[in-house]
Design a protein around this ligand. Structure first.
Ligand code: ZN
Length: 228
């Protein structure tokens, strides 16, 4: 496997004047532009803002990429606005089936007609950071689908990158992720065992570049080991 991976594609000029879902869509297109970061249809992203709802109230909002939209062509209309405080209430639940979770998430949409948001919506909603990117990069899968992926994550990244064991995407995984992040509030990246990578931050550029750096480092680690 080649260790080469595009460096940051961020353009200050292109990002100028963008905010909220426009900025998230721009950064998502950069993530999607490199197939080593994200495969078609894989990966998702989000941004948190304050919006005005149909009754004129200010609502803390999370915009999450809708299912079936490609990251590399994402437009703001491919992000669905959801009431963040209502989603946050789910942290108090012990468990939820996929059906219950999807029905609940639908009721949190600011626009009931908007496209269905990702099944991984709660992963985004529970993280406090403004910008969140999640990918299923091959480089990460090759890294974490090997035995001892927790040890390999520590070996490759020290304590900088968090790790959570495998569980199918959904309610349980979202809870595990936020529980680990809350124990390490300084972290900005995580490996999800046998699944993918997650990066976040208050700044869209840094969160995006965190994903580039993490994926490059995972590829470099594998490349170095393959040569020995
Ligand atoms: Zn995923």
């Amino acid at each position: 496997m080649s260790a080469a991976l595009s460096r940051s594609l961020w353009s200050r000029k292109a990002a100028q004047g963008l905010a909220g879902p426009g900025l998230c869509a721009y950064a998502s297109r950069l993530v999607g532009a490199d197939p080593r970061l994200v495969l078609w249809g894989g990966g998702n992203s989000s941004v948190k803002t304050v919006e005005t709802d149909h009754a004129g109230r200010s609502v803390r909002t999370v915009w999450v990429k809708a299912s079936g939209f490609d990251m590399k062509a994402l437009k703001p209309s491919g992000l669905t606005a959801l009431r963040l405080d209502e989603l946050a209430l789910l942290r108090g639940r012990e468990k939820m089936t996929d059906e219950e979770m999807v029905a609940y998430i639908h009721r949190c949409q600011l626009d009931p007609q908007a496209a269905r948001p990702s099944i991984e919506t709660l992963l985004h909603a529970f993280l406090p950071a403004e910008h969140v990117y999640h990918t299923h990069a091959d480089a990460i899968a090759g890294f974490t689908c090997a035995p001892e992926s927790e040890r390999r994550t520590r070996d490759a990244f020290g304590g900088k990158v968090l790790w959570v064991p495998y569980v199918r995407p959904g309610f349980q995984l979202s809870k595990w992720v936020i529980e680990v992040v809350e124990r390490h509030p300084e972290a900005r990246a995580m490996i999800l065992d046998k699944h993918g990578a997650l990066t976040w931050g208050e700044d869209a550029r840094r969160a995006y570049e965190g994903m580039v750096t993490l994926t490059r480092a995972a590829m470099g680690y594998q490349f170095a080991r393959a040569k020995t």
